[in-house]
Each structure stands twice: as structure tokens, then as C-alpha cells.
Design a protein around this ligand. Sequence first.
Ligand code: GDP
Ligand code: FO1
Ligand code: CA
Ligand code: CA
Length: 311
Amino acid sequence: MRIVSLAGGIGGARFLRGLKAAAPESDITVIGNTGDDITLFGLRVCPDLDTVMYTLGGGINEEQGWGRADETFTVKEELAAYGMQPQWFGLGDRDFATHIVRTQMLAAGYGLSAVTEALCDRWRPGVRLLPMTDDQTETHVVIEDERGRRAVHFQEWWVRLRASTPALEIALVGAASATPAPGVLEALERADVVILPPSNPVVSIGTILQIPGIREAVAAKTVVGVSPIIGGAPVRGMADACLTAIGVETSAQGVLELYGADLLDGWLVAEEDAATSLEGVAVEARPLLMSSPEATRDLAAAALELAGKVA
Ligand code: GDP
Ligand code: FO1
Ligand code: CA
Ligand code: CA
């Protein structure tokens, strides 16, 4: 079976681990979000691609969900001693090496998809990991505080401000002129099923779907999504702040309507959200917490099973 999954960071990566366990014989292509990407200290950082690569490749800091295991922060401390900004983003020493390789290859003219493939030669994530686009696109957030109304990079809003200042607008800068990365439309074309894992519906899945051509190519397939919202709240993180910013209720129903029946064929919700419904979409209630490898595998298996029913 050929499976394509979109993915953000932690929620997507953890689900993908379950998907690999549920469908070990399958050919899995992951289309990763690059809207979170940022240039820091001259280096290109791709948090969601790295989270997927490290999680599936065995290098992730499991407790934190992002960054490397056994990490140290000597370079960060030395940069801070020079007064280098920003100091609110914690790049570890091991992680720095990944960013140096990536930035050097990008500077040599390789596309981000080729760079990601090269990084994955080391990590062997067991899936084909593609960035949504090789073009530079960045999510920016319009906020208003004592300094007035201004746009900040998504990472500044998410990491420095912890999404506590309301987002007035969330925009993917560069989206209109971006094109899907090499292999993205081909993988979708060949897919038997497309999975939307429980990633952030606005700044992970919503971002990927904004790259011209991707939403249409996904919608043409059998598509099953897993709700990242359980009982009216995100399981982890601040997806509620993102949903509020675009005027969508933080609920399994709200996200289902956001994706819509033109995109989704099936939607998995938690047992307490069993009343969720939308004409044209098969909704099933299942345990949605990825609390163990087995629970995560069973969740992925349920998504594939639902896809089989609605195909
Ligand atoms: P990020 O890029 O690191 O923020 O990660 P993603 O966008 O891939 O996923 C974030 C989403 O994962 C959040 O909105 C969480 O609610 C969701 N999430 C995290 N753990 C779980 C879980 O165990 N079950 C479900 N259903 N969603 C989860
Ligand atoms: N998240 C934080 O909350 N604080 C950090 O200092 C931080 C550093 C960081 C470094 C590399 C990386 O790949 C991810 C990192 N993240 C950090 C996570 C990440 O930037 C955000 O959680 C996401 O972009 C939201 O998906
Ligand atoms: Ca992310
Ligand atoms: Ca469809």
C-alpha cells in the first residue's frame, strides 16, 4: 500500500511512528510542514522536518518532543556571552551540526528536498520525508502589544510569547509563489490513501495545504484525518490560540468543518467527541491518545481501517 501523510512536528511524528508499526509493509511518504522554518545565526532551522526525522530515526529528545537526545548547549551559551540574539530559541550543540550541514548544502545550491534526503541518509527514518516546498515560506503572526501592531515570525509568537498575545492574523509568507517540492504531487498522485495526522490544523496541516496544488491533489484521494483536539482542547501545545485566530472553534467539530467534506472522507475523534458529524464524512470515535507505542499503532491502524471502509 502507498500511504502519504502530511505532518507537522510532535503530533505528526508520534503518529507516524504508530503508522510505521501498523503498516510495516507499506511505502510511506511524508509531506512535512516548513512554515515553522527560521534563519537563526545564519543557519536554516526546519523544526518540523527535524522533529519527524529525529523521532523516526531514534535521535529525538523523547520528553521534550523536539531537539536531540543527550543534548548540550555550549554553543548557545557562548553565543549568549557575545550578546547574540535571539536567546529565546534553544539550539543544542548536536542540533547545530544538522543546521550547519543543511545551510551549507542550501548555499551550494541544493534544494531543501535534496538536503532533507541527505540528512535522512544518516537517520534512516523509514519513510520518504519531503518538505512541502523547496521555496522559502515562513509563517508570520500579526500581534498587537505595547510596541503596536506588527508581524512577528511564528517561532517568536510560539516560543518567546507562548502564544499568550492573541494572533490577529496568521499568514504563510511566500505561499502564493511557492510550488510543491519535487516528488510531492507525484507521491500524492500514486497514493492509495492520504492521512492527516493529529497535527496542528492551522500552522502544520493548514500550512501544507496552502501550497498551490497540494490541497487539490490531496482532496482527489481517499483522505482520513485524526483530530488533534479532544474534548474541546488540544492534547498538547497551543493549537487553540491558532484556531481562535482564524475564527474556528477549538473542537473536533470545528477542525472537521475547517478541513471540510471536500477534503476529508473519514475523521477519527475521541470517544467524548462521538457526536461530531458532517455530511459526506464518515466519523468514528476511537481512543485518540498516543500514550504508548501500542496505543499509537492502534490509532494509526484505525485510520487505515476507516480509509478502507470509505474508499
Ligand atoms: P508541532 O509542530 O510540534 O506543534 O506538532 P504537530 O503540529 O504535528 O502536532 C501538534 C498537535 O498534536 C497539537 O495540536 C496536539 O493537540 C496534538 N497531539 C499531541 N499529542 C496528541 C495525542 O496523543 N493525541 C491526539 N489526538 N493529538 C495529539
Ligand atoms: N521550542 C521551544 O519551545 N523552545 C525552544 O527553545 C525550541 C528550540 C528548538 C530547536 C530546534 C527545533 O527543531 C525545535 C525547537 N523548538 C523549540 C520546537 C519548535 O520550534 C516548536 O515547537 C515548533 O516549531 C512548533 O511546532
Ligand atoms: Ca510545527
Ligand atoms: Ca477525497
